[in-house]
Design a protein around this ligand. Sequence first.
Ligand SMILES: C[S@@+](CC[C@H](N)C(=O)[O-])C[C@H]1O[C@@H](n2cnc3c(N)ncnc32)[C@H](O)[C@@H]1O
Length: 335
Amino acid sequence: MEATIVSDKYNHYPVLLKEIISIISPQYGGTFIDCTFGQGGYTNEILKFPNTRVIAIDRDIESKKIADQIKKNFADRFLFKNMKFSQLKNLKLKNENIKGIFFDLGYSLNQMKDKKKGLSFNSKGQLNMKLGLNDFSAKEVINKLTLNDLQKIFKYFGDEKDSKKIANKIIRERVKYEISTNDLVNIIDSVKKSNSKIHKSTKVFQAIRIFVNREISELINGLINATKILKKDGVLAVVTFHSLEDKIVKYFFRSLSENKSISRYQPQITQSEPLLHMTERKPIIPSKQELNENIPSRSAKLRFVIKKKNFYNFDSDIFEKFKSFIEIENIGNKL
Ligand SMILES: C[S@@+](CC[C@H](N)C(=O)[O-])C[C@H]1O[C@@H](n2cnc3c(N)ncnc32)[C@H](O)[C@@H]1O
């Protein structure tokens, strides 16, 4: 397989790195879980501190190439698993004191540039969009789902106001030929009348990426399992890149840092002791300097909480709250 990941020194700028490091405080040592290892930007920084250990996961097997290099220098302090973060509970942690768990959602620049992955509307080749460990690809989505299903995906995951027109044209075109990335871009271009600065395909491509990678249920399950694994006083931090992700994180953090969501399994705990503590209600955003140096960081938002209890069972109504989005993701079960 051809390597698509190049040295992070030249090609990778970890978003909000200083801010993440200051929040999780690796200078005091401890075990950290990097749920979105990517090119190891955060992991590398943490391992510079002695007495730290990092368990890193990523669903993209390409990440293993970078992980293997890190492993050479930090064999006893670094472990990589090619898995999805929704499966965090499958990590065998042997009662380790997990001090921090963090997610840097989305995709790295190298993934966006990888033509085989086809995440970007500039990819040209076959429709794909799989990050790794997926059940189906964008090709199946575009060539198999109904008009109604496609419309819902574009509308709710992309906030695309021309979703019906675009879905209609896809249905008409796909009987004539198998739609490629370029064909999809042309279809969207022919349907949308827009003078906006953003590319006409941006929203539909975002919607399909979210759908193919089941990003909503991945995030919700990831947050729940991370909260379960974390020890008292451990930090959970998440960098998001679009408003739906941020809404989910914000809701989860706020609801568990207020008094209403204490576990039914812990009846002796009074309503005055929330599970999580939020020191900052507003998200942290990149500094002017970072925005100048790394344009894609402009939509990044960092939120974090501190776990205040050693609970493993707690109630969250997050699935109920985002039920309509999960239902749309479940359209994928037909494929
Ligand atoms: C923005 S990159 C992370 C970059 C990383 N912080 C760094 O500094 O190199 C996001 C990474 O998360 C991975 N990812 C996205 N969703 C995932 C999921 N559900 N489970 C595991 N990894 C995931 C992607 O494959 C990608 O490598």
